[in-house]
Design a protein around this ligand. Sequence first.
Ligand code: GDP
Length: 296
Amino acid sequence: MASALTEKLTRLVKEMRGQARITEANVQDMLREVRMALLEADVALPVVRDFVARVKDKALGQEVMGSLKPGQTLVGIVNKELAATMGEGVADINLAAQPPAVILMAGLQGAGKTTTTAKLAKHLIEKRKKKVLTVSGDVYRPAAIEQLKTVTKQAGAEWFPSTPDQKPRDIALAALDHARRHYFDVLLVDTAGRLAVDEVLMQEIRDLHAAIKPVETLFVVDAMQGQDAVNTARAFKEALPLTGIVLTKLDGDSRGGAALSVRQITGAPIKFAGVSEKIDGLEVFDAERHAGRILG
Ligand code: GDP
């Protein structure tokens, strides 16, 4: 991985020739560069601190093997730790449930839940050959229900109607019943957005989760959220057993540090990345490629 950070670290290596062991003194400069790169990528501060501490622990006192210089070892440790934190390989949607497999979409308002619901419907139709139904539990914003209807149509999936006078739980259960009786493979449940973490709405989504028992509970988070992503992620993780993350708006100019923050706080794999406003703007998340982007 030839990132700008790797180049900076390699430059620092040249200043510490001939040392057989990484010491606290020569590792400090390098850790500073690692810290700067992560902060520039908008990784949340507590996550940066943890990460740098883990790299330092692993680096200190480590023997330098063969011709490897201390700094080169550190580059390796950073890359390995980043890959380990971000999760390796590709994590696709889990549909291993008695059909219909229910997928619950959670996240703040504006994160991209509705858009992602439709993108995911299209992905499951085209890549997994599934029959997909969507439903909106956003009883607070009638426009959100209409928006889901529109984008569901674009995705080539079916939409189950709901109205603001219903309870989200009842809507979801009715949709589930409909999906069962009409042999849908997947039911995607979009939920009410929260502008900020709100206890009433958190309880509502917990109840919804208990009622429909989704096989996937996806936390949709805006990559541009940067530092705030940590608090949001922590609140959703405490409320729900998250099974995956969708990182949206990666087409923006952020370096995507939110990925590292959210991944570390929730422990859930990042499954997809949103890369445009369009219905086909969803990619399976590639952790290794993204690690390179964070390092800049
Ligand atoms: P919700 O409130 O969480 O349901 O969010 P929406 O799905 O309504 O999305 C909010 C805004 O973000 C809309 O204008 C979307 O078009 C936009 N959006 C969602 N995902 C992406 C993405 O991956 N890239 C870009 N550029 N825009 C996105």
